[in-house]
Design a protein around this ligand. Structure first.
Ligand code: TYM
Length: 331
């Protein structure tokens, strides 16, 4: 059976981009594949969280993973830092990751631009740690959003380079995966780019947002003055609203507003009302479960311990074999 790995950085609450880009796919995959889902807390250290924020964020992501439908009886769900074998594989992979290729990564260049005061080595080698996350379980399928495509390409490069260096077909090639065959990019509400945690509160709708908050955010979403020519192309801000509707609303609803747009009769206020109600319906079951699970500390403890044991079993097997391949020997 093929192995699946995916993760989410523990830098805060899950938003609709995380859910439709990655988590919804995991939830479907856990019934068909050998699935490992983890909370990437090593990765979150690049932004220097305080000790109490670090734990609180990990807990929040664990709660929301479970609320989104990941079943710890079916999939292995764990916290990255509970599996130190990942850090060991990261060290080995770093020995054949080159400065030039790491500096050229789009996400590294983005970070240098947005946080010039904190360009640390962890940021530079972020794709190597991500490759270690995936290769530690020899995964071939990685459900992620479109923004992670380049990281997956780098993971394949590191896997192949290791195999070539040691003349060994040890690591399989991992590929980004989405059931629809296309990787997804969920837009934000600010009319600019993707939905993201670092793009400001108003840009993202979180799974834990209350219905009132969702309505407020959507009503404030950026649009334009409306179409003036029939069937005219939609500018980015408006296309974003349609793209969001495409994931949360029915096909009929989407078509209805599309026709109104094309005949220049659309009223964005009506569209936003419909969109926010559909977002509220789509997130309702998760919102309920987030509250229930958050109050059950002993369940969370049990899930995290059980997941760590299962993940370490798989990871330590890989590390033992990798150490042999590299040439470490006991005296
Ligand atoms: P992170 O925490 O930024 O995002 C988690 C997942 O959500 C997806 N995503 C989106 N998808 C569609 N549209 C959006 N607007 C959107 N925003 C976020 C991301 O593509 C991702 O799948 N580096 C990863 C975490 C990670 C990882 C891994 C993932 C670490 N190691 C190994 C897979 C395998 C990250 O920062 O994701």
């Amino acid at each position: 059976m093929e192995t699946v790995v995916s993760g989410i950085r523990s830098t805060g609450k899950l938003h609709l981009g995380n859910y439709y880009g990655a988590v919804k796919n995991f939830v479907q995959m856990q019934h068909e594949f050998n699935c490992f889902f983890f909370i990437a807390d090593y990765h979150s250290l690049t932004t220097h969280p305080t000790p109490s924020d670090l734990h609180g964020n990990v807990k929040q992501v664990l709660i929301e993973y479970l609320a989104a439908g990941i079943d710890p009886e079916k999939a292995t769900i764990y916290v990255q830092s509970d599996v130190p074998e990942i850090a060991e594989l990261y060290l080995y992979l770093n020995m054949n990751a080159y400065m030039g290729e790491l500096e050229r990564s789009a996400s590294f260049k983005d970070k240098v631009r947005s946080h010039p005061d904190n360009v640390n080595a962890g940021l530079l080698t972020y794709p190597v740690l991500m490759a270690a996350d995936i290769l530690i379980h020899k995964a071939t399928k990685v459900p992620v959003g479109k923004d992670q495509e380049q990281h997956l390409e780098m993971a394949r490069t590191f896997a192949n380079r290791f195999n070539r260096l040691y003349s060994n077909e040890y690591f399989p090639e991992p590929y980004a995966f989405n059931f629809s065959n296309n990787l997804v990019k969920i837009p934000g509400l600010d009319g600019k780019g993707k939905m993201g945690k670092s793009e400001g509160e108003a840009n993202a709708v979180y799974l834990s947002d209350s219905p009132e908050v969702i309505r407020k955010k959507v009503m404030r979403a950026v649009t334009d003055a409306g179409p003036t020519v029939e069937n005219q192309e939609k500018p980015e801000a408006v296309k974003n609203l349609f793209d969001l509707m495409n994931v949360v609303s029915s096909a009929d609803t989407l078509q209805h507003f599309d026709q109104l747009y094309n005949s220049c009769q659309i009223r964005y206020g009506d569209m936003k009302k419909q969109l926010s109600e559909d977002m509220i319906i789509a997130t309702e079951p998760m919102r309920q479960r987030i509250n229930d699970i958050a109050g059950d500390s002993s369940y969370l403890r049990q899930v995290a311990r059980h997941g760590a044991l299962k993940a370490r079993e798989s990871a330590s097997k890989t590390i033992k074999e990798v150490r042999e391949i590299i040439g470490f020997r006991n005296f």
